[in-house]
Design a protein around this ligand. Structure first.
Ligand SMILES: C[S@@+](CC[C@H](N)C(=O)[O-])C[C@H]1O[C@@H](n2cnc3c(N)ncnc32)[C@H](O)[C@@H]1O
Length: 241
């Protein structure tokens, strides 16, 4: 029988952070393997979506081991990596000592209003228990005119590709991860959480509902991944919590 021990429909933060603690040591390697190296291309697209760096501050929320943060630093951003899994942060500190890591929860970010010019989230929002609350917190810490970039799994737009992706590729991921020594159940959670996640227009609606403006998206890998962009159109810092 399938063991659902680690599959948390409610996305309890304790269960989610403990799961990432357990997979942290092989996380980067498994990520490259199960995405067939595509993840590095997606990270470049996030950097491109952010635009030219003018030595501004950017928060990489749910940064894990900092694999999504490092390319921002290389590009010249003052990037800060925040995550609530201490295991992922410790692994990140070993692999990428140049990245400034901060332990924290997206539901209550440990920053003042409006301190960042931009916030990025790569493959993290789907794991949050209260998506709207996190998006509002990200808005609060972003200055007026600042940007949000979210890179996340999404819904392939072409029917044939969607069929192949959902029926075959996604189902293979836990086995592939297990071949790399990863805990199969955690990668079952990955597949389930992707299946339950918003498609492109729905995520755009949720982002707008949280208070962000000018929401757009761009599909990658035929829509299996999408980058959503939005802007803080509020004139003053905030809104307050
Ligand atoms: C799939 S990993 C992505 C890591 C990294 N951004 C990347 O692209 O490799 C998702 C991360 O989200 C973090 N996370 C999920 N919910 C969070 C929350 N509420 N606050 C802080 N981190 C959270 C997890 O601990 C995990 O490290």
């Amino acid at each position: 029988m399938r063991d659902n021990r680690f599959v948390s429909k409610t996305k309890d933060p304790n269960v989610i952070s403990a799961m990432f603690d357990r997979v942290s040591s092989g996380y980067d390697r498994t990520n490259s393997l199960i995405s067939l190296g595509q993840v590095n291309i997606w990270r470049k697209r996030v950097v491109a979506a952010l635009g030219p760096a003018k030595r501004e501050w950017v928060l990489d929320f749910a940064a894990g081991t900092g694999a999504s943060t490092f390319p921002l630093l290389v590009k010249g951003w003052h990037a800060v990596a925040l995550d609530f899994s201490l295991g992922m942060l410790e692994q990140g500190k070993k692999e990428r000592p140049a990245v400034p890591f901060i332990a924290g929860d997206g539901a209550n970010l440990p920053f003042r209003d409006g301190v960042f010019s931009a916030v990025t989230v790569s493959f993290g929002l789907r794991n949050c228990q209260d998506t709207i609350r996190v998006l509002r917190e990200l808005l609060r810490v972003t200055r007026p005119g600042g940007r949000l970039i979210i890179c996340e799994f999404s819904r392939p737009t072409n029917e044939v590709w969607r069929g192949v992706y959902q029926a075959s590729i996604l189902k293979l991921l836990p086995k592939l991860a297990a071949l790399n020594g990863a805990e199969e159940n955690s990668y079952r959670y990955l597949v389930d959480s992707i299946a339950d996640w918003h498609d492109q227009p729905n995520l755009a609606r949720v982002i707008a509902e949280a208070g962000w403006g000018s929401v757009t998206w761009q599909n990658l890998a035929g829509g299996a991944v999408a980058i959503h962009r939005a802007v803080n159109l509020h004139q003053t810092e905030g809104p307050s919590k």
